[in-house]
Design a protein around this ligand. Structure first.
Ligand SMILES: Cc1ncc(C[n+]2csc(CCOP(=O)(O)OP(=O)(O)O)c2C)c(N)n1
Length: 275
């Protein structure tokens, strides 16, 4: 599939955000704050970087992607639809009884999904395993793991960071959706992460910081991460805004999870269209 230009990516990210609002309505509720903050990252990955074949989801040489912040399935599953893995009508059952799409992604039920997530702190260890697997199998694929910043309170991440550097997995890319908020407050109040970049550097990772809503910066960061051959894994700390694109949700702890009535859903979509 053709790689989208920067302008096309910007338009696609708007399409994804609109679909996140629709899917929240179809589902009855959802984790829209973190889905909206990661929408530009998912769009750039799926429409410019990840080497995938939606007609052949189990292709062995595909790049691997793990949504470690599994509660953002509300953004990830619509993105897989936009990529062509399944029709939009399937999304209308999101989180309904017997649907393949629960609130958190299940790789045994969702085409294109490489790992089941939802219990935070497991994506990076799994991604490290996939990166080491690629090396053992002499496969060229990259493994990309998207983490939440609140998720980085989980100690398992630090074991994986240490091991990834030890094993020099420069085919592994972590991206942190650094929206500064978690379920119950600002990360710096709940469990401070700063100096966050220095922590990754101390674990011997290459660190790139960028604006996670600026498509030019995001793509420059991903270009650099994709080209890495320094023997170090790379992390992109993407500075984002929870609820991005919908003014009444932006940077507000209450936008972690909730529901919309039809008037609020319309207002949200209008905001996205005007953004
Ligand atoms: C192991 C584990 N503990 C707690 C939770 C409940 N939980 C769901 S989302 C969330 C906050 C995560 O914050 P962050 O990673 O910053 O996500 P974002 O703000 O990007 O949505 C928590 C604690 C969980 N899913 N897994």
């Amino acid at each position: 599939m053709a790689k989208l230009s920067i302008d096309e990516l910007k338009a696609k990210a708007k399409e994804l955000r609109t679909l996140i609002i629709d899917t929240t309505v179809w589902a009855g509720s959802g984790h829209y704050g973190g889905a909206l903050s990661s929408a530009d990252i998912l769009t750039a990955l799926y429409f410019r970087y990840l080497n995938l074949d939606p007609a052949n989801p189990d292709w062995e040489d595909r790049d691997r992607f793990i949504l470690s912040k599994g509660h953002s399935g509300l953004g990830y599953i619509p993105c897989l639809h936009l990529k062509g893995y399944f029709p939009v009508d399937d999304l209308k059952n999101f989180n309904h009884f017997m649907s393949p799409f629960g609130m958190h992604p299940d790789c045994h039920k969702v085409k294109g999904c490489d790992a089941s997530t939802g219990s935070l702190g497991h994506g990076l260890p799994m991604g490290l395993g996939m990166a080491l697997g690629a090396r053992l199998l002499k496969k060229p694929f990259k493994t990309v793991v998207l983490l939440g910043d609140g998720e980085c309170d989980e100690g398992s991440n630090y074991e994986a960071m240490m091991a990834a550097a030890h094993y020099k997995t420069d085919n592994l890319i972590a991206i942190v959706d650094r929206n500064q908020l978690m379920i119950d407050g600002f990360t710096e109040d709940v469990m401070s992460l700063e100096p966050f970049a220095d922590k990754w550097k101390a674990f011997n990772w290459d660190v790139i910081e960028c604006d996670g809503h600026n498509m030019e910066e995001l793509c420059a960061a991903l270009d650099k991460a994709w080209a890495a051959n320094s023997g170090k894994p790379t992390v992109i700390i993407a500075k984002t805004v929870k609820g991005k694109g919908v003014k009444f949700l932006e940077n507000d702890v209450r936008s972690h999870y909730g529901a919309f009535d039809s008037a609020k859903a319309e207002e949200a979509k209008q905001d996205i269209a005007n953004s």
